[in-house]
Design a protein around this ligand. Sequence first.
Ligand SMILES: *[C@@H]1O[C@H](CO)[C@@H](O)[C@H](O)[C@H]1NC(C)=O
Ligand SMILES: *[C@@H]1O[C@H](CO)[C@@H](O)[C@H](O)[C@H]1NC(C)=O
Ligand SMILES: *[C@@H]1O[C@H](CO)[C@@H](O)[C@H](O)[C@H]1NC(C)=O
Ligand SMILES: *[C@@H]1O[C@H](CO)[C@@H](O)[C@H](O)[C@H]1NC(C)=O
Ligand SMILES: *[C@@H]1O[C@H](CO)[C@@H](O)[C@H](O)[C@H]1NC(C)=O
Ligand SMILES: *[C@@H]1O[C@H](CO)[C@@H](O)[C@H](O)[C@H]1NC(C)=O
Ligand SMILES: *[C@@H]1O[C@H](CO)[C@@H](O)[C@H](O)[C@H]1NC(C)=O
Ligand SMILES: *[C@@H]1O[C@H](CO)[C@@H](O)[C@H](O)[C@H]1NC(C)=O
Ligand SMILES: *[C@@H]1O[C@H](CO)[C@@H](O)[C@H](O)[C@H]1NC(C)=O
Ligand SMILES: *[C@@H]1O[C@H](CO)[C@@H](O)[C@H](O)[C@H]1NC(C)=O
Ligand SMILES: *[C@@H]1O[C@H](CO)[C@@H](O)[C@H](O)[C@H]1NC(C)=O
Ligand SMILES: *[C@@H]1O[C@H](CO)[C@@H](O)[C@H](O)[C@H]1NC(C)=O
Length: 402
Amino acid sequence: MWFVRRLLFLLLQVSLCWGGSEPYRREVHLDAVSGPNSSVSNLLHVRAVGYSDTIHYVWGTLGAPTVLLVYSNSSKSTLNVNWTKLFSPFPSGAVRIEPAESILYSTAIAFTKIFEYDDSNNTANFSGAPESAFYPAYNLADFVWGDVSKTLNTTALSAEFQGVNASDPAKHFQNGSVSFRVSAYKEGSRDLLPPHLLYTANCSKVEFVMAEVAPRGKKSRFVLEMVTLEKKNGQKRTDSVWSIDDEYTPTIFEMAQLISDVQNHSRAQGFLQWKAVAYGDPSSSRAEAVPCRYHQLHNVSETWPLPDLAVAFFGEDVREHYNVEALNVSFGVADGEFYEKHNYLIWSAVLGFGTPPRDSFSTLVIAIMAVALGMPAVLLIVGFITMCILKKKRYSEYEPIN
Ligand SMILES: *[C@@H]1O[C@H](CO)[C@@H](O)[C@H](O)[C@H]1NC(C)=O
Ligand SMILES: *[C@@H]1O[C@H](CO)[C@@H](O)[C@H](O)[C@H]1NC(C)=O
Ligand SMILES: *[C@@H]1O[C@H](CO)[C@@H](O)[C@H](O)[C@H]1NC(C)=O
Ligand SMILES: *[C@@H]1O[C@H](CO)[C@@H](O)[C@H](O)[C@H]1NC(C)=O
Ligand SMILES: *[C@@H]1O[C@H](CO)[C@@H](O)[C@H](O)[C@H]1NC(C)=O
Ligand SMILES: *[C@@H]1O[C@H](CO)[C@@H](O)[C@H](O)[C@H]1NC(C)=O
Ligand SMILES: *[C@@H]1O[C@H](CO)[C@@H](O)[C@H](O)[C@H]1NC(C)=O
Ligand SMILES: *[C@@H]1O[C@H](CO)[C@@H](O)[C@H](O)[C@H]1NC(C)=O
Ligand SMILES: *[C@@H]1O[C@H](CO)[C@@H](O)[C@H](O)[C@H]1NC(C)=O
Ligand SMILES: *[C@@H]1O[C@H](CO)[C@@H](O)[C@H](O)[C@H]1NC(C)=O
Ligand SMILES: *[C@@H]1O[C@H](CO)[C@@H](O)[C@H](O)[C@H]1NC(C)=O
Ligand SMILES: *[C@@H]1O[C@H](CO)[C@@H](O)[C@H](O)[C@H]1NC(C)=O
């Protein structure tokens, strides 16, 4: 009885939380930052202004596509770019958020490489694939990126970086491209497109899209490599959050996240969060779901060449103050379809500051749980009452004898 009461109480709490509290809103500005030379201005600045703080996302394709996430405790902080410095051999300090003392947290994520391998056995075991199965990797720093200012949509708060490899003798990019689509949000909700990621006003979204890029084999599978920075008193870590509720992403129960692992838990942090799924066609239909997996984080502090945008913001000596770690996300599942089916791949992730959004149980699941758990409770209560009545009846039958 205690257990059932406890469960019912929990259910009530869950449903109250779910419908409770005003959503947090931010005023969002999305701008392409134009330099003196319009042909090279490829910086996108998203400013999400709260009551007393601002989350800045600065995207750029100077080197590998990179996003800087900067949290400032001033709602008036601004981005300042010195273009001369940015394009010089020493870009350190060319990108600044001012006032500098308002910056409470900053991190960066760079998307560095796309690996392609021939999965001849259809096992989708990327880490077990021999070196000989790999085609030469695409280095995203070698790509030529389209002008982001032409893709700005200030209504939808979105923009897109679209790129092709600089030299393409085999014409793999003749009809296709790789893109990073960025969206920002004024308030929390759930994405309309699969995998229906949950977001808040403290988040933005990035979609990695490979569209019509010709694969180099009939059984090609792809892997995306990213690199992230975290201040030296901490480092990044990967986490899986499992849920029994797959209403929004059928059969996908895993939510993965890249978060900060700092000694001081009282400080809020940046995060990247994604469902363990990508899609193999533009409509992101359920039938074309491509499960994805993340692999071990590696410390690449020593080896990895930092993109100019990261150096421009964090400075030349960034390695002394920041841990640099890299992560692979591979797409595909054993006995699954190959990229070649539609020559298309889309993967989405939410990037933000604070606590990563967490799925609460959906109404459907709550209803099912309520029925499943409520039924026995009702039966118990009905049984108890019946028993009481019957007992009383028996006593009353004995009464005349007394
Ligand atoms: C602008 O960029 C183009 C191409 O990179 C270059 O040829 C041109 O000299 C630049 N103009 C200025 C004023 O820097
Ligand atoms: C931009 O950087 C250049 C080269 O480092 C420097 O000479 C110039 O004064 C800077 N401009 C501003 C406005 O700070
Ligand atoms: C912002 O943070 C800095 C550093 O922690 C602090 O000195 C400053 O007072 C804060 N400003 C506001 C408006 O909270
Ligand atoms: C992938 O291959 C490696 C090496 O052959 C093996 O150790 C590992 O267990 C395989 N992983 C899966 C998921 O099959
Ligand atoms: C496919 O299987 C063969 C035999 O087990 C193995 O030698 C080869 O490395 C595998 N290829 C891939 C891409 O996993
Ligand atoms: C911007 O996005 C809105 C909403 O998604 C859409 O209706 C509109 O056509 C888009 N505008 C442009 C110029 O693409
Ligand atoms: C991509 O372009 C770079 C620079 O032009 C070139 O060196 C590299 O071989 C190309 N990569 C592939 C996989 O074609
Ligand atoms: C690009 O499209 C044209 C016309 O549809 C086609 O002939 C060509 O083979 C395609 N190129 C690649 C690399 O897929
Ligand atoms: C978003 O950030 C604001 C300011 O830091 C905070 O008050 C709010 O609780 C956050 N919202 C969510 C959903 O995390
Ligand atoms: C943790 O962070 C809080 C707030 O920034 C600070 O007051 C506290 O001193 C920090 N504790 C440690 C052990 O660094
Ligand atoms: C990564 O390696 C560098 C240099 O070897 C080291 O200083 C740093 O502490 C390492 N970071 C982590 C998180 O282990
Ligand atoms: C990602 O996988 C490729 C191919 O196996 C490997 O060369 C690279 O070092 C991996 N990166 C990380 C961060 O594990």
